[in-house]
Design a protein around this ligand. Structure first.
Ligand SMILES: [Zn+2]
Length: 133
């Protein structure tokens, strides 16, 4: 029995982060479909099934490089969201001492001290803003 299981899982990566996410997303959608019922339920049920099936297809796939690349995309996306959240918390914590402006040209956040009147703010990209602080 143990040997048979080992043969089945040889060369496969099993549940990585993306597979786990898909699996739990499927379970959540399934629960939601049962709770909602009706038209929405019948719409969510196939989605839930697809997510769970996809999670297992990924777990048993032998195309390891592709599965790893997909998983890396998810991990990078999560990392980006974590950084964005940390930056937001930082801006919120310092909101009494600094004003933050987003550069309209490159999208970078610019931090300037408060209560300095109307000032020119130079972004690293070369764009200059004229704002009241
Ligand atoms: Zn800029």
């Amino acid at each position: 029995m143990k040997e048979k299981l080992r043969q089945i899982f040889a060369g496969r990566q099993g549940m990585d982060e993306l597979s786990k996410l898909l699996f739990w997303l499927g379970i959540a959608l399934f629960t939601l479909a049962l709770v909602c019922g009706g038209a929405l339920g019948s719409l969510l049920l196939p989605l839930a099934l697809m997510a769970v099936v996809l999670a297992f297809v990924r777990a048993f796939s032998r195309n390891l490089p592709l599965r790893e690349a997909e998983n890396l995309l998810l991990l990078r996306w999560i990392d980006k969201k974590k950084h964005a959240w940390a930056a937001f918390r930082d801006r919120f914590a310092n909101r009494r001492e600094y004003r933050y402006f987003k550069c309209p040209s490159c999208g970078r956040w610019l931090r300037v001290p408060r209560r300095k009147g109307k000032i020119h703010i130079n972004c690293r990209c070369g764009y200059t803003l004229y704002r009241r602080t």
